[in-house]
Design a protein around this ligand. Structure first.
Ligand SMILES: [Zn+2]
Length: 395
């Protein structure tokens, strides 16, 4: 009996010891988990702290890539800036930097910044910037966001943190969002001047001819009112015609009332007649047919290659000139058109310095309607229509 009691008590002891051991091991295990959790927490917060530090250190500096050329700029505040001098070098702009002023020029467009001033000047037009320009240490720092408003053609790619900025493309300086003034009330013409109808973008030249059936929609051609022409009935596409009325009303209001339209829409066969007549005239003057043909071809369009078939352009002249020739370039109204035709969506289609691109001689009298948006870009970049399409179409 005594023996049995002993055995039971021993058994109890063993069992107790076992539970104590189990309990202790569980305790240890629990402690391990707590320790592990603490270490993990510490590690995570350390990482977070490092990341914040890292972010703080990279935030202090912007890295610009102009193509492959790298430039680092220290950020002075939260506003992104860009060094216009490096940008100008990348884009091939000419530059003129003094202590307080930096001016740049490309394609006859001039942009200038003054140290400490938040006004950028583009061809004399003032553009307000969100922060002032800073000209120092060989930099001309301007807010990056202003590039959007004063240029076209650049592709600016920033990384997620906005600290690396890649710049590609060609720059075209343009002052956007400035006020356009007219001489008369042109409100009823604005919808035409700002038309986005695809037809107004039609390109017709020696490489892009049209056939006899063009344009399909003959009903879109309407008569130009008698006050804007001289005798013959002249037709023009209705969108271009309305814009022309606005332009001519303003011209008349300014006293250029001896200007009139001498030609606009021309049928395919009419162009053929004109071409043949010019060749015959030269042949009658003693030139060989081949020579006469080549001479006429240099400045007269073959049927199908004339923009006049679109009904989107006009030839202008004055009562003292009557014919179409470059004496028109010496008139005051020509000078006015140079500065203002774009406001009505018209452009000088065959400029003197673009003959090798347009394929046509200089025609100071020939104005093409392309709509306000394109006319404005062409006016401010100095590009001709072929160049505009090459650089901006679908961008
Ligand atoms: Zn013409």
């Amino acid at each position: 009996m005594e023996q049995k009691k002993k055995k039971i008590s021993l058994y109890k002891k063993i069992r107790r010891d076992f539970y104590v051991r189990v309990e202790e091991s569980e305790k240890k295990h629990r402690n391990k988990i707590i320790a592990l959790a603490l270490v993990t927490l510490l590690l995570a917060s350390t990482l977070l702290f490092c990341a914040t530090l890292l972010e703080k250190s990279t935030k202090g500096q912007y890295v610009y890539y102009y193509g492959d050329v790298e430039q680092k700029i220290k950020a002075e505040n939260e506003n992104h800036v860009i060094d216009f001098i490096a940008l100008a070098d990348f884009c091939g702009m000419s530059k003129n930097i003094s202590i307080n002023n930096a001016s740049f020029e490309i394609n006859n467009t001039r942009v200038s910044f003054t140290d400490g001033s938040d006004i950028a000047k583009i061809n004399g037009i003032n553009i307000k910037m969100p922060t002032p320009a800073a000209i120092k240490n060989g930099y001309c720092l301007i807010p990056l966001s202003i590039l959007e408003r004063i240029s076209h053609g650049l592709n600016i790619i920033t990384d997620k943190n906005e600290t690396t900025i890649q710049i590609e493309g060609n720059i075209f300086m343009i002052a956007k969002d400035f006020e356009v003034k007219y001489e008369t009330d042109i409100s009823k013409y604005l919808e035409y001047i700002h038309s986005k109808d695809e037809y107004i973008y039609t390109l017709v030249n020696k490489q892009n001819p049209v056939d006899k059936t063009f344009p399909e929609d003959q009903d879109a051609l309407i008569e130009i009112p008698a006050e804007y022409r001289k005798t013959d009935v002249i037709y023009l596409h209705y969108i271009a015609e309305k814009a022309l009325e606005a332009m001519m009303n303003d011209m008349f209001a300014l006293g250029y009332n001896d200007t009139y339209v001498t030609s606009a829409y021309r049928r395919y066969d009419k162009q053929q007649q004109i071409f043949d007549k010019y060749v015959n005239d030269l042949v009658n003057q003693g030139m060989s047919y081949d020579e006469a043909y080549a001479t006429v071809l240099s400045d007269t369009a073959l049927p199908g290659q004339s923009e006049h078939q679109t009904g989107l352009c006009v030839d202008l002249t004055t009562k003292s000139i009557v014919t179409v020739d470059n004496r028109f370039a010496d008139t005051e109204v020509f000078a006015w058109l140079q500065d203002n035709a774009w406001k009505y969506g018209f452009v000088l289609r065959y400029p003197e310095d673009k003959v090798n691109i347009t394929g046509y001689s200089y025609e100071s009298w020939h104005y093409r309607f392309v709509g306000f948006d394109i006319a404005k870009i062409m006016h401010q970049t100095g590009l001709c229509y072929e160049e505009y399409l090459e650089n901006f179409w679908d961008k």
